[in-house]
Structures are given as structure tokens and as C-alpha cells.
Ligand binder design. Structure first.
Ligand code: MN
Length: 210
């Protein structure tokens, strides 16, 4: 079975952008439920042999219920990992790739915020790499860049209202600005880009346990 990974920081460490109350519910209820449902749908024992990445990719080819739960489990774990209290500086290799694709870090910020503001309904807001080439994209509901084998996710923000409604009400853009300016772990984003350039897998969901 797949586990619910612990948060990589204390539950109050992202406040005030993401309050402890939001994080406890989001991780301990929403994320936990997706993991439980994934395990229930894999009750034939498949979960002990496959990686969650494999489950997501296989389910994308026709098992909607499994895809929705497995991808939500993966997306949330990746989202937690993309944040760090206080953020982190942008590594040089990442800064160079950002300059090529967006002009500079401010250009990336503008495009990311615009994509998030324009996204209708629930979903996820991503920075992805195809090799060393960066782009911004959003996915609906549980949608995942993992279904495109050429894409490596570098960064994600949760656009479901449960991610921000308690703390920011309907102000999605206000949430995104505070999130971008205060919480993104750019050293992790840079490590993901390093993996994309090296044609390696990058971050993986914890392996299933017996
Ligand atoms: Mn969520």
C-alpha cells in the first residue's frame, strides 16, 4: 500500500500564507483520503509492486477513478515538497533556463500568476521542463504532467479552493502571489530541472510498503 508522506515541515510553518488549520485539513484529510482511495482501488495487491508514478500513467489510459485518486495523491505530495518556510534562492542553472523561456524570474512570475488567474475551476498550476526547456501549464481536476513522458514537473501549486479558501477566501491571485513570494523552494525546483536535463526521473513518491 501507498503511505501518506509526512509533511517536510511543521504544520504551522507555512503560516500565514497557508495556516496550520488549512494544512492540517489539506494534508490530514484531503490528501489522506486520496491515498486511502488509491489503496482501496488497488486492493488486488498491485500497490505493493508498482510505483505511484506507474499507477498514474497506467490509470490515465482508461481507469478514471484510479487516475483521479492516484494523481491527486502524487500531486499533493509533490506540492508539499515544492514549499519551504521562507523559500529558497533560485539556483544558477534554473535562472539560466528561466531567462531563456521567460526573460527573467519576474517574467516567469507574471506568466505563472496569469495562468493561475485564468484557470477555471479546480486544478493544478505547473512549471514543467521538456529537457532544459521550461513552460507554464495548468491541469484540470487531478490532471498530471506525468502522463506526458517527455515532461518533468518542476513546481506545482494547488488551485483547488480547499488549498486557500480558509486563508484567502476567493482571492486566488492573492494566495498565488503570497505563495510565490514566500514559500517556493527554488532549490527543489532547480534539482528537478537538473534531473530533467540529465533525463532522470526526479522526485518520486515514496515506495509502496507491504
Ligand atoms: Mn488539494
Amino acid at each position: 500500500m501507498f503511505i501518506l508522506p509526512d509533511l517536510p515541515y511543521a504544520s504551522g510553518a507555512l503560516a500565514p500564507v497557508i495556516s496550520e488549520a488549512t494544512l492540517l485539513t489539506h494534508h490530514g484529510k484531503h490528501h489522506a483520503r486520496y491515498v486511502e482511495s488509491t489503496n482501496a482501488l488497488l486492493a488486488n495487491g498491485e500497490a505493493s509492486r508498482a510505483t505511484l508514478e506507474d499507477v498514474v500513467r497506467r490509470a490515465a489510459r482508461g481507469d478514471t477513478s484510479l487516475f483521479n485518486n492516484a494523481a491527486q495523491a502524487w500531486n499533493h505530495a509533490f506540492f508539499w515538497r515544492c514549499m519551504r518556510p521562507g523559500g529558497a534562492p533560485v539556483p544558477d542553472v534554473l535562472a539560466a533556463a528561466v531567462a531563456l523561456a521567460f526573460g527573467d524570474q519576474a517574467g516567469l512570475r507574471s506568466e505563472f500568476l496569469a495562468e493561475g488567474a485564468a484557470h477555471f475551476g479546480s486544478g493544478w498550476l505547473w512549471l514543467v521542463a521538456r529537457g532544459a526547456v521550461l513552460s507554464v501549464m495548468s491541469t484540470h481536476d487531478a490532471g498530471s504532467p506525468l502522463v506526458d513522458p517527455g515532461l518533468t514537473p518542476l513546481l506545482v501549486c494547488d488551485l483547488w479552493e480547499h488549498a486557500y479558501y480558509l486563508d484567502h477566501r476567493n482571492d486566488r491571485t492573492g494566495f498565488l502571489i503570497a505563495w510565490w513570494d514566500q514559500l517556493v523552494d527554488w532549490s527543489f525546483v532547480g534539482a528537478q530541472l537538473d534531473a530533467a536535463i540529465a533525463d532522470e526521473a526526479g522526485w518520486r513518491y515514496p515506495e509502496a510498503v507491504a
